[in-house]
Design a binder for this molecule. Sequence first.
Ligand SMILES: Nc1nc2c(c(=O)[nH]1)N[C@H]1C(S)=C(S)[C@@H](COP(=O)(O)O)O[C@H]1N2
Ligand SMILES: [Mo]
Length: 318
Amino acid sequence: MLIKLNKRSTPKSSEITPWGVYQKRRDFLKTAAIAGSIAAVAPSLLLPREAKASAFGEMVTRGRYSTDEEKTSFDAVTSYNNFYELGTGKEDPAENADKLITRPWTVTVDGEVGNPKTFGIDDLLKRYPLEERIYRMRCVEAWSMVVPWIGFELGNLLREVEPTGKAKYVAFETLVDPERMPGQTRAVLNWPYREGLRLDEALHPLTILSVGIYDQILPGQNGAPIRLVVPWKYGFKSIKSIVRIRLTETMPQTSWNMANPREYGFYSNVNPEVDHPRWSQSKERRIGDFLRRKTHMFNGYDEEVGQLYAGMDLSKNH
Ligand SMILES: Nc1nc2c(c(=O)[nH]1)N[C@H]1C(S)=C(S)[C@@H](COP(=O)(O)O)O[C@H]1N2
Ligand SMILES: [Mo]
């Protein structure tokens, strides 16, 4: 069986049809691939190696950069969340996730690009190669998780819209719709939730747009239908339920920086040496563990991303 959906992430009826259609398309592609092999094309060239079954069909490959650390349980990843649009408590997002209807859904990519586009979500789900990336994630609140994301490199999407020579940053926005996002009836943050990256950070191959976890479509509480994942930055940079991506010449505003610039900077790289004004960042508690562990520079991804910040004072650019 290809579609294994946990009860928590069971899609609304509005999602079942597109997924059913999508699944049939995948099955068709597989059949076509096998037919192709009869016409003397090696099947290994058509089907990815290490492909595994998931809600996405057998098209997801184990990506590079995955950690082999023990994964945080599906239950913990989907029941202990920060997602203020669905409530400020850790258990609110799972409770309110059924309100977040994700069809129809579009993502507009515009700004300093030669080829601005609006993508339908079902197109985006099959447009680029999907990979499983098992990443360490660390929240500024000093807890961490290891999450098997399914997604694709943000760079694939950005290259397709052809950034102009002026593009230096990428700004992201979450949906605004108090009916689907009941937390937006309160002004706890300035909606829409906004985040931003420098263009070179956005183009780094570690930076992905995620559409699933644990072989399943992304549950609402984790940012359905599509969210950013930037594993060397504090969790809040990984913006959920994205509807707009805009390339800009100047540094974009971000929700947490607007709310409290002293506590949250634009870069927000995981850095055990630069404490949050109200607490230390040198240690973290992995969800499920009892004892705290050391926090590593750039969340342990320093070899991959350290160069991006050569010559920058990271206590000023925190
Ligand atoms: N739109 C939106 N994105 C968001 C948030 C939010 O409140 N709204 N919270 C952030 C924070 S603080 C964290 S730690 C991560 C949590 O992601 P997870 O629930 O999938 O672990 O989402 C981030 N993305
Ligand atoms: Mo966070």
